[in-house]
Design a protein. Structure first.
Length: 118
């Protein structure tokens, strides 16, 4: 019985850690504009890879979103390579070019307004 309870508690803590935003600076929203390199419409979280340019050069970003089940109306082809996107979200605390996307608007008309967590 003790082993079962321990196993259950361990599984719940892993699940909660997975769905948290602890790796992101949720005190500030950043905005980036770039070109889609790839879109992964997969579980547990969709990923948008895009490149942005500034005075320091080209930056390869990875943006994480909620699962496909929560992106109502979206499909695997909602974002295609070459689409220009305006992306807002929480940047990784590490400073990496990685973010949790809270809003995305594509030049093809696709728009996503997400929420803090999944």
């Amino acid at each position: 019985m003790k082993k079962t309870i321990f196993t259950l508690l361990a599984a719940v803590s892993v699940l909660l850690a997975h769905h948290g935003l602890a790796a992101f600076d949720t005190t500030k929203i950043i905005d980036e504009k770039g070109t889609v390199v790839d879109f992964h419409f997969v579980n547990p979280h969709c990923i948008v890879e895009f490149e942005s340019k500034d005075e320091k050069g080209v930056h390869k970003w990875q943006g994480e979103m909620t699962s496909p089940a929560h992106l109502h109306g979206w499909t695997a082809t909602s974002l295609e390579k070459g689409n220009v996107v305006a992306v807002s979200g929480y940047r990784a605390k590490s400073g990496a070019y990685y973010m949790w996307i809270t809003k995305l608007k594509s030049s093809n008309g696709t728009e996503l307004k997400s929420f803090k967590g999944d």
